[in-house]
Design a binder for this molecule. Structure first.
Ligand code: GUN
Ligand code: ZN
Length: 372
């Protein structure tokens, strides 16, 4: 038995989007779902209670960061990541591959794994597929991700082919190293860059290894949106229908809707929390750069349609003041709002799938979102 099981409830007759449930050791997740990112064992500035209040069902954390600091052994001693951070719902951990690759000149890839220097103190480390599984086992996440290579964009075909084939071998090594299958699920990651035949090859190789879920990696790495949607649509057809599909690192409202319509069930992105901290809100009327002078005397909420704590209590003028004055409450209030906005969007997406009208929903949503 797998630790995680996907249950397909229905497909939207209008769009083909999937409504489902993901059963995990820490509870059931309704899909499609957006996962807030908590890189360092915290969704920046948010307590677990606040995350629950806005409807978070699962959060994501990062192997690389927690391995570097405070260390997976320490978190294991604390009783695992759930206990350490006091979050009792599901956690997905990314494998560290992606974060290590973004270290640029500080790293070297071999068949064995990736050698790199710490971004904190310059010390030398190697993460291998076995090490990534060991770290994620110590963290105790419900879903651990395979150690993969996300090829850069652009990259030439020969390189992408070699890289995806190595990613398949790394997945087999992850699976062989993964023993705690009753309590933790391992997801494989499809790569293949922007080459359709290589995406097919990767999807076939990755899904030939039996696992409880599969992700699509290597997208939203700088390619134009139309290429991303084209590659995504092409890749999804090679994934099994009875397993969850996770599109990694993607989370603008457009990408969420386009992804769901192509059959994706899970998403994560730092976008809502990152732009919150520099003073931008995502609202039903589009982006609001609350920093702007336009809002200096705007005593209305960020989003008149939002039910979050921030919108029920505070004005744009006040939040603008906090952001301008560099007060931490400003970042907190915007983070609460932006996450609620995306989680609410996904709630509405699930209702629209249930009612077979996701394409109508998308049109109405974007009419307002891009009005200006
Ligand atoms: N996050 C965003 N894209 C990727 C990817 O391709 N691989 C991994 N491991 N994480 C990601
Ligand atoms: Zn709000």
């Amino acid at each position: 038995m797998y630790a995680v099981r996907y249950e397909l409830i229905k497909e939207c007759k209008q769009s083909g989007a999937r409504l489902g449930r993901l059963h995990t050791p820490h509870g059931i997740i309704e899909t499609p779902i957006f996962m807030p990112v908590g890189t360092q064992a915290t969704v920046k500035s948010m307590t677990p209670e606040e995350l629950k209040e806005i409807g978070s069902q699962i959060i994501l954390s990062n192997t690389y960061h927690l391995y570097m600091r405070p260390g997976h052994e320490l978190i294991k001693k604390a009783g695992g990541l759930h206990e350490f951070m006091q979050w009792d719902k599901p956690i997905l951990t990314d494998s560290g591959g992606f974060q290590v690759f973004s270290l640029g000149p500080l790293r070297k890839i071999t068949e064995e794994g990736v050698e790199f220097r710490s971004h904190l103190d310059g010390s030398r480390h190697t993460i291998t597929p076995e090490k990534a599984v060991e770290i994620q086992t110590a963290l105790g996440s419900d879903i651990m991700m395979a150690f993969d290579e996300c090829a850069p964009y652009p990259a030439d075909r020969d390189y992408v082919k070699k890289s995806l084939e190595r990613t398949t071998r790394w997945l087999q090594r992850c699976k062989d190293a993964h023993k705690n299958t009753e309590n933790q699920a391992l997801f494989g990651i499809v790569q293949g860059g922007m080459y359709k035949d290589l995406r097919e090859q990767s999807a076939r190789e990755i899904t030939a290894i039996d696992l409880p879920g599969y992700a699509i990696g290597g997208l939203s790495v700088g390619e134009p949106k139309d290429i991303m949607y084209d590659i995504l649509g092409h890749t999804v057809q090679f994934l099994p229908e009875d397993k969850p599909r996770y599109l990694m690192g993607v989370g603008s409202p457009d990408d969420l809707l386009e992804g769901v319509i192509r059959g994706v069930d899970m998403f994560d992105c730092v976008l809502p929390t990152r732009i919150a901290r520099n003073g931008t809100a995502m609202t039903s009327q589009g982006k609001v750069v609350v920093r702007n002078a336009t809002y200096a005397e705007d005593f209305s909420p960020l989003d008149p349609e939002c039910d979050c704590y921030t919108c029920r209590n505070y004005t744009k003028a006040y939040i603008r003041h906090l952001i301008k004055a560099n007060e931490i409450l400003g970042a907190r209030l915007l983070t609460i709002h932006n996450l609620r906005f995306l989680l609410k969007l996904m709630e509405n997406v699930r209702i629209a799938i249930h009612e077979d009208r996701l394409l109508d929903f998308k049109e109405e949503f974007f009419k307002k979102y891009y009005k200006k």
